[in-house]
Design a protein. Sequence first.
Length: 265
Amino acid sequence: MTDGKLSGRTALVFGAGSIGPGWGNGKAAAVAYARAGASVVAIDYNLAAAEETAGLIAAEQGHALALKCDVTSLADVEQAVAAAHRAYGSIDILHNNVGHAGMGGPLELSEEQWLREMDINLNSMFRTTKAALPHMLQQKRGVITNISSSAGIRYTGYPYASYYASKGAVNQFTVGLAIQYAADGIRCNAILPGLMDTPLIYAQIAGQYKSVEEMQAARHAATPSGRMGTAWDVAHAAVFLATDDAGYINAVCLPVDGGLTARCV
């Protein structure tokens, strides 16, 4: 089923696979874009994961292409964007979902680990934007949605200094892009997920707790809404930001967090 609000548009989702079973933010966003009528290019370092997402879209009679890409390589990113443009003829939506939460502060992290986190979380968005922007400028339209984090504006209780720093930088990168290219018909916003229940937390966060059950309970309790969010909460926000309904929304860093970042304690 589709509501058609994104019909005729092409959405590139970097990080469209899921790190484990279930619905990750990128996977859900890719399917949600397709359900709104977009042709989706599902891009991931893990080609099998990208193909799984594309298969889900095809099973719903949507249009999808799966591509493998290492976002730490500009050449890889440029090849992926070029392939997407050849396949569908336009680059209308750029969705940057790739990210990693490496634990450690300045004492625990090596310089190489710090730089790696920056390369994955921040520099990747520079590369994808650099590759996609020329197409958007030629079209005089485009939407860029960067997936940041509540950790970009708040301390969330986890010892991941590089994640805080990189996501904070993503926010301001987003704002700068939005203003610089607003007159060219390009909008750029960031989504700041809060405590979400996605496969990523089981792969990268669970080790901070004595058990998975303890992690789940703590994260539910820490959210004002009483529950963690899901990948679909992020996906629905992304689809809205990509539609013409959000045509006057630009340079916004939007928390999707059940009220987490608005609470003072």
